[in-house]
Design a protein around this ligand. Sequence first.
Ligand SMILES: [Zn+2]
Ligand SMILES: [Zn+2]
Length: 262
Amino acid sequence: MEFIITLKSSTFFGLLILLLICESAIPAIKLWRSGKQRFIHALNNILLGFINGRLAYYAFFLYLWNEMIQLHKEHAPTLFAIENPFLATVACIVILDIWTYWWHRLNHIIPFLWRFHKVHHSDKEMDVTSANRFHTIEILFSGIIRCPLIFVFGFSMENILIYEIILFVIVQFHHANIHLPEPLDKLIRLFFPSPHMHKVHHSKISNEANSNYSSLLSIWDRVFRSFKVVNNPLKISYGIKQIENSQQSSILKILLIPFQKK
Ligand SMILES: [Zn+2]
Ligand SMILES: [Zn+2]
């Protein structure tokens, strides 16, 4: 367990640094007017991710999800029991990923949830650090909403962590502002949401933003008919029309976005 937690944080930081270097060397779009602007943007997003990561660790990994696993052992140990460890890991990844797809889609459909989820979409300069940019209340809701699933299926904490590690590798990658030739992007999106695919999801145009909800496996967008590609993803304008740059200058202002009237 300790090993997987160490693996999770080292994978996160290792990949973050690698993708930041790639974004400087081969950017897809010119996002920054200055290094200072890029630094403040990254600092806000990463600090927000750090706060959310600590909250998830104490509230869910150490407490709530553990309680659900214990409840499953006491009340439903034979329900969906899979003996083979590899198949149990695969089943955990697939079931959690369908759940994540629908949770994400509901965040776009239900106005109360959208209030918080729009913090992620308000980023006008999407890069690898945007993978961290979620409102703390959305993280809280998404952790709680997983509880019935963990109780019913009784996933092990190791398998939940394996899902989280793979998920965050893919999520960091598809937010990254790195140049990829279209054929390569096309190949990636057969299996995972690619950078071009996720660019469409961050579009200012709501018809485009309400598509491509997949997080780890891209198949869900095809199965549930929300898959969309556009002719020139590099021309997409990111963000939400009503949210100005001044509302994004500090973590506090970012966290207040859901409580503003617009
Ligand atoms: Zn979204
Ligand atoms: Zn995103």
